[in-house]
Design a protein around this ligand. Structure first.
Ligand SMILES: [Zn+2]
Length: 397
């Protein structure tokens, strides 16, 4: 009964007149979905003794992991009553421990590389989504490393496609070269490990779900096989054997990220996932499978945080999609399949934060922006993202 009411409210929200109103309605319906299913409270009302888990750890030891995923999912397949079965880990384990923002608006270009670059710089980047270019503005990794004088081993990106090989640092003249994050492209690593014989691993190497697209040729050197052994402490044979047990590129990414946590323990770790974007292929079942896998992998990473002594108790985890997907009602879009219209649904996404310093079980509906992430991380970790356009999210500070 209640879910029928929620659905009716949600449908009404979609009929809202302006994009701003639609975004607001979407946020309100998301909160309703969460309130009934995950038992979380409206922002600010839950301030019990246990809810304000201020980090006891010094800033020096504080760690942040950011999980973004390329190709968000619609509420129908996630937070709405009929979608909740696809995200059991988020709904039952992670969201109750989180501060959740129901309305994160992306006002930038809705392509995965450029949108991820915008998330990482705090500026709506306008670089060509399909070119091998660095972000124009300094990335969070550069601010972090320069201001806090951290070594290159302290900031890492695990990225889903070869097109992300430049995401680690900008070409800004005050930052840039040598100041960014080290980037691992697990597919590149696997290709190198296979030395051409990758027939058994094609399902892990699918690089992009959008056409037309040509992944830029990599010059090599982003991550040498030698580094596989020296940094990740993985032999080529072990890596190949483990890869054989994995079912998707994101599983490969999470495997690499866990290895990185264990062997290097970077303080700033950014993992971008991409399996959900298989939606572009038009197969609804694969899209839902991608959502379920992403849900499971997010929970696995959170578990890994608890089990790694370097991370347990001192890590804040952020989870957010780069943007959403089109609405069914827009004739220019195709529902779950694409994100080409720029309508309010494809722009209004969400974010959750959990762990050190973050209140548990609270939901905020006010509009925040994709560009607010970097200033928030700056305020949390004590660096100054001076060129970012967004604002720190005060509810997390
Ligand atoms: Zn896409």
């Amino acid at each position: 009964m209640e879910s029928a009411l929620q659905n009716a409210r949600w449908r009404a929200a979609l009929a809202a007149s302006s994009p701003r109103e639609l975004g607001r309605q979407l946020a309100l319906s998301r909160r309703e979905f969460l309130r009934t299913a995950a038992g979380v409270a409206l922002g600010g009302t839950l301030l019990g003794s246990n809810s304000l888990a201020r980090a006891e750890t010094s800033l020096r030891k504080r760690k942040v992991i950011v999980i973004t995923f390329g190709g968000g999912a619609r509420d129908q397949e996630t937070f709405a009553p009929e979608g909740q079965e696809n995200i059991p880990h988020l709904m039952r384990e992670l969201i109750p421990q989180s501060t959740f923002f129901t309305q994160v608006v992306n006002r930038g270009i809705l392509g995965h590389y450029v949108a991820t670059a915008s998330l990482a710089t705090g500026v709506y980047e306008t670089i060509n989504n399909f070119a091998s270019l660095p972000p124009e503005y300094p990335t969070v990794f550069e601010y972090f490393r320069k201001d806090l004088k951290r070594p290159s081993s302290d900031a890492w990106v695990v990225a889903p496609s070869n097109g992300f090989n430049r995401i680690g640092e900008s070409n800004h003249r005050s930052y840039g070269a040598g100041l960014g994050a080290r980037v691992i492209l697990p597919k590149h690593l696997l290709t190198a490990a296979m030395r051409g014989g990758a027939a058994d691993y094609e399902h892990l190497l699918r690089d992009n779900y959008e056409t037309p697209f040509r992944a830029p040729e990599l010059a090599g050197g982003e991550f040498e096989l030698q580094q596989l052994e020296m940094i990740l402490k993985l032999s080529v044979d072990d890596f190949k054997a483990h890869a054989r047990t994995l079912s998707s590129p994101d599983e490969l990414s999470v495997y690499i990220a866990r290895q990185l946590m264990r062997q290097v323990a970077p303080s700033l770790l950014w993992i971008t996932m991409h399996d959900i974007d298989v939606a572009h292929a038009g197969a609804y079942s694969l899209y839902v499978e991608g959502i379920r896998r992403t849900d499971r992998l997010c929970a696995e990473l959170w578990k890994a945080v608890q089990s790694e002594p370097e991370y347990a108790g001192r890590t804040t985890l952020f989870i957010l999609p780069d943007f959403g997907r089109d609405s069914d009602d827009d004739s220019a879009g195709n529902g779950f399949q694409h994100h080409r219209t720029g309508d309010a649904l494809s722009r209004t996404t969400w974010m959750m934060a959990l762990g050190a310093g973050v209140r548990e079980g609270v939901v905020f509906d006010r509009a925040t922006e994709s560009t607010d992430l970097v200033p928030t991380l700056g305020a949390m970790l004590g660096f100054s993202p001076s060129l970012a356009q967004g604002k720190p999210i005060t509810e997390l500070l």
